[in-house]
Design a protein around this ligand. Structure first.
Ligand SMILES: Nc1nc2c(ncn2[C@@H]2O[C@H](COP(=O)(O)OP(=O)(O)O)[C@@H](O)[C@H]2O)c(=O)[nH]1
Ligand SMILES: [Mg+2]
Length: 307
């Protein structure tokens, strides 16, 4: 039974990871969890829905909210993604505003700073300059000043989500700011995504990795069947959706070569995530302009009532 005294010196809370696309939000979440739960790719707008990463320590539970990058939307999907990020800001006990410290502030950074400023509540905000591994100290100091002018009350910290430099320092600071209270989730839960959701994200991540420029944003993945064959193996049947007939041919490739490559990269990642042998079957389906179709968005789980 849970008693008050059991959690008397326990801290727990929600931390929103927000920022423009591609600054490293999902990489940071995976780094803090020391486990890969979120899709990461060199392409912007990889993350489409909010995903929780739950880190349970001895005397604290920190619930990270990985969000889609805020950007200028051109589709209903984009509008949904921005809304998801906004909602997360409102739920946060602490905000980690992530920026790319290896580049000067962009228009999207300015807009996000303005959104954070406009919040009715004002939680602690970290101006987190990521990718410090790519710049020298002098340039980093310059960048810090440039970003600070956008949101002066944010506390600056430089990190690298890839090399994990300073990630522990950030984590300690986050822990110190969490409100007192018991855990929200059981200690063995690390994300609110089911294995099949993560599998779909890993397949999409593999597709983004192998496909060339214009196609990735029009790609979505749905797992149609995820059946456990035994404790040590699973069968996955998934559909890759594209929004143009010509893209279908590209995703399949000559003699099915591209689809095979996507499948084998995804399979390795899913096996590492789930700890079992995976049989993966992929098919490709065309649904023109799906990013503007509410039905298709719901079918894919891009809907605010998905919880
Ligand atoms: N050099 C470097 N690259 C990073 C760092 N963090 C993330 N990246 C890369 O930036 C790209 C975007 O990362 P991702 O986590 O998907 O960004 P998100 O869109 O903000 O979630 C990926 O190619 C990452 O490997 C970092 O600290 N240093
Ligand atoms: Mg992401």
């Amino acid at each position: 039974m849970v008693t008050d005294s059991e959690f008397s010196d326990y801290r727990s809370g929600y931390v929103a990871l927000v920022g423009r696309p591609n600054v490293g939000k999902s990489t940071l979440m995976n780094a803090l969890l020391e486990q890969k739960v979120a899709a990461v790719s060199p392409r912007p707008q990889t993350t489409r829905v909010r995903q929780l990463g739950i880190l349970t320590l001895d005397k604290a539970q920190i619930v990270l909210m990985d969000t889609p990058g805020m950007h200028l939307p051109v589709h209903k999907l984009g509008e949904f993604m921005n809304q998801v990020a906004e909602d997360s800001l409102k739920d946060a006990d602490v905000i980690v505003w992530l920026v790319d410290g290896s580049a000067p502030p962009a228009e999207e950074d300015r807009r996000i700073a303005a959104r954070i400023k406009a919040l009715k509540f004002s939680p602690h905000i970290f101006l987190t300059l990521n990718k410090m591994d790519l710049v020298n100290a002098e340039l980093l100091a310059e960048r810090t000043t440039a970003f600070q002018t956008l949101l002066p009350r944010a506390e600056p910290i430089a990190i690298s989500a890839v090399t994990r430099q300073n990630c522990d320092v950030l984590l300690d600071k986050l822990l110190a700011l969490l409100p007192e209270g018991g855990p929200f989730f059981s200690e063995d839960q690390i994300t609110d995504f089911y294995e099949r959701d993560i599998a779909a994200e890993l397949i999409r991540e593999a597709a983004l990795l192998h496909l060339h420029d214009e196609i990735p944003h029009g790609v979505a993945v749905r797992v149609d069947e995820f059946s456990e064959r035994s404790d040590t193996s699973a069968f996955i049947h998934a559909t890759i959706m594209v929004d143009r007939e010509t893209h279908k041919g590209i995703v399949i490739g000559k003699g099915g070569e591209m689809l095979k490559r996507i499948g084998s990269t995804a399979r390795v990642e899913i096996e590492a995530m789930s700890g079992r042998k995976v049989f993966l079957e992929l098919r490709v389906k065309v649904n023109p302009n799906w990013r503007n179709k509410p039905d298709a968005l719901r079918w894919l789980g891009y809907s605010r009532d998905r919880d």
